[in-house]
Design a protein around this ligand. Sequence first.
Ligand code: HEC
Ligand code: HEC
Length: 345
Amino acid sequence: MLKKLLVLILGGSIACTSWALQISKMGKDLTPEERAALKAMLPNEAPPKDDEFVHIPPTMDDLEASDLHPKMKEAIRRGHDLFVNTQQLRGKNVFNNMNCSSCHTGEGRKPFAGPVWPAAVTLPNYRGKNGHVNSLEERIVGCFSYSMNGKAPEYGSDDMLALALYHQWLAKGVPMFPDVKIYGRGYPKPNDPEKIPDYARGKVAYEKNCSLCHGLDGAGLVVDGHVQFPALWGNQSFNWGAGAARVFTMAGFIKHNMPLGLDTPLSDQDAWDIAQYVNSQERPQDPRYTGDVKETRALYEKTFHQHTLYGTQLNDTVLGDHDNVGDKNFLKPEALRPRDFSGKK
Ligand code: HEC
Ligand code: HEC
């Protein structure tokens, strides 16, 4: 009952996040009105610095009002729909209870909530995570493979084109390969904690601030097939290879975005402790698993797992030491293959 009420209240507050304002300029060039509007949108965040690039993308209303070709509008609408309701690809491409917008809240437009348009203006680029030059589509493949515990629609398919187009359209007006810092990109890391992040403190803070929506068991809440609160761990969550499995990324997400609908943010220490607790829970296997958790951790230690708890000891168990891939029936999607531009193959 309480949860149903929460869903109703939140439904309203989430709908209000589609801001009408479009901005695309350096911090130093913002007008006083734009500064005030940003402050109203992001009351808990530091204002942009002079040398940061600020971009607030167009909304779906702007799309409808624009003079883009109707077929173009249709394709962007499709991309948006796939982004906010990715569950329509459940069982085909998505094997947990996430939508892209579960983590990229505010339709992928919002600073400090992993806005997705930067990928459209900074890729193709080298990515340390897989050690080769990646395209925008490949970046999307990454989130399908790890965050959605699934496999992306085929390269070049209608769904992939629509999704990539939505990202690119959000980037409207941003110069390609901007060599300046982007305001609110990703989930900026909170200040270093005073005390080392701690599982036991994190558990207490989680139960106080998060469990009401996400559950004591981290499984979230699905009502009549609609994901109201996504899972934070277990089979319905992101897998061990996902960016959010890194403690600093989870701490950044929490600090800037949760608890949803609350005006006072958590302290940095709480964000780190809760991230430590959430990311010490079991989740589906890293798709790069070799069959041995220690070996897999070692292989990707430098580029990734130094920031996760995968392969580490917690009480009597080693985290990630299992063959469970969640609801899917494969370990690694084919699209995660390496690439080679040496011209020798
Ligand atoms: C479990 C949370 C989660 C889900 C679900 C998720 N992502 Fe992500 N995504 C992340 C994280 C974490 C990052 C890395 C942010 C950073 O750089 O710190 C990221 C990064 C990205 C980026 C790169 C942004 C940039 O600044 O370059 C794109 C594009 C992206 N995601 C698209 C998607 C799409 C499309 C989906 C749905 C198919 C999706 N994501 C689902 C967590 C998620
Ligand atoms: C009032 C309900 C509510 C509370 C309280 C809340 N969340 Fe969330 N959380 C949500 C909703 C709803 C989403 C999905 C956002 C969307 O779809 O726009 C979400 C998304 C997330 C995600 C990204 C998706 C995923 O499942 O991995 C994480 C991580 C998360 N919350 C962690 C937390 C943590 C940690 C706390 C406590 C500090 C917390 N939340 C408190 C409602 C809540």
